[in-house]
Design a protein around this ligand. Structure first.
Ligand code: CAA
Length: 387
């Protein structure tokens, strides 16, 4: 590369313009409705598929757009600026499929990545369980070898886009005596006998993206659906998060940008004491802080994305684990602050559903929690510093 690692190229800027135009026209109009009804925004999914933006990271060899990690970040950011729930379409398609890209056989990759690239199937990621959240290695879901098959039993929890996705990367214990080294990863299909889903969680935000349990009862799958070697599933799961925590950072950036843009427009129009509230220095300082935090988080996220891209292409980056946790943590904390300030800048109106900033504030909260709470991110960063 002849430009700094983190600098978007001209095609990244063009991509941003394209996604923003699509988001303004076809995604933003559905955002309040998805939040209110809690229904998955199929219209948005169709629009993303029509523009080949639903899973941009899938390599061309599997029929995908072959976009780099920074491009995927920009897509997620711009979709989230309009609708956080919808941004989970490209984000979770990436989360579900990175384990395959990192570790699966060519047969598994072809079989499962191609339908995702064509927009015929979505892919979710099933790591957490009711009693294994931050302590993911404490999972209980079992996969027992039986001839040419594995039989899976257990309950996965907090699974984003569960029920709407056709495919699931499921981590399960194959050797209970081996701890984290006894966990393996598998592709499970929604159509497999014994797969069912819990009721939709009733959440504070991202309501248009279903979060449900994935319940596995004697689910028999062929052994070739294992992703990588037996016992490598936990490492694959964590290596995946090194790439995809960056996409949660992207989502946070987008939500925050949406809130900042809305607040800027509002304070220029809203008049109190005979002048626009934007004329008050107290308001100006708030805006400046919001934009400063956002830009700092954005640069960190883009830098992490550049590292992710290199790592995906056979150039391991020793600071990727630190940077992806740092980006996710910084961007989500920034998004929480910025959306809360946006509500404040709109005053009483900001607190109502007549304006989008209260939704953005509710949506921002999840980015501090999923793909590892920000406490876990700080633990990951500290471990990297001290090791
Ligand atoms: N890449 C590859 N391997 C890694 C790794 C990484 N980044 N980090 C650790 N490992 C390896 C370790 O080397 C170790 O292997 P060896 O024993 O062979 O050396 C193994 O993985 C276990 O590592 P640890 O002992 O560090 O594991 P731990 O049990 O202490 O857990 C943790 C580490 C960081 C706390 C991890 O459990 C974690 O990240 N927890 C948070 C869980 C999480 O992020 N869940 C998100 C769910 S997905 C989601 O939320 C999606 C959504 O809805 C959108």
């Amino acid at each position: 590369m002849d430009f700094p690692l983190y600098a978007p190229a001209e095609e990244h800027d063009l991509l941003r313009e394209t996604v923003r135009a699509l988001a303004d026209e076809k995604i933003a109009p559905h955002a309040a409705e998805a939040d209110e009804t809690g229904e998955f925004p199929w219209e948005v999914y169709k629009a993303l598929v029509a523009s080949d933006l639903h899973a941009v990271h899938v390599p061309e060899v599997y029929g995908g757009a072959g976009a780099d990690a920074l491009a995927a970040v920009i897509v997620i950011e711009e979709v989230a600026r309009a609708c956080a729930s919808s941004s989970l379409i490209p984000a979770v398609n990436k989360l579900g499929t990175v384990p395959l890209l990192l570790s699966a056989s060519e047969e598994v990759k072809r079989r499962y990545l191609e339908p995702v690239a064509r927009g015929e199937a979505m892919f979710s990621y099933a790591l957490s369980e009711p009693e294994a959240g931050s302590d993911a290695a404490a999972m209980k879901t079992r996969a027992v070898r039986d001839g040419d098959d594995y039989v899976l039993n257990g309950v996965k929890m907090w699974i984003t886009n569960a029920g709407v996705s056709d495919y699931y990367t499921v981590m399960a214990v194959t050797d209970p005596a081996a701890g984290a080294r006894g966990i393996s990863a598998f592709v499970v299909e929604k159509a497999d006998t014994g797969v069912s889903f819990g009721p939709k969680e009733r959440k504070l935000g991202i309501k248009g993206s279903p979060t449900r349990q994935v319940i596995l009862e004697d689910v028999r799958i062929p052994a070739w659906r294992m992703i990588g070697e037996p016992g490598t599933g936990f490492k694959t799961a964590l290596a995946t998060l090194d790439h995809t925590r960056i996409t949660i950072a992207a989502q946070a950036l987008g939500i925050a940008q949406g809130a900042l843009d809305y607040a800027i427009g509002y304070v220029k129009e809203r008049r109190q004491f005979g002048k626009p509230v934007a004329d008050f220095q107290g308001v100006q300082f708030m805006l400046a802080d919001m934009a400063m935090k956002l830009e700092a988080a954005r640069q960190l996220t883009y830098h992490a994305a550049a590292k992710s891209e290199l790592a995906m292409h056979g150039k391991p980056q020793k600071d990727l684990t630190f940077l992806s946790s740092a980006a996710k943590c910084a961007a989500s904390d920034a998004a929480m602050d910025i959306t809360t300030d946006a509500v404040q800048l709109l005053g009483g109106y900001g607190y109502t559903q007549d304006f989008p900033v209260e939704r953005m504030m509710r949506d921002a909260k999840i980015t501090q929690i999923y793909e590892g709470t920000n406490q876990i991110q700080r633990m990951v960063m500290a471990r990297q510093l001290l090791k």
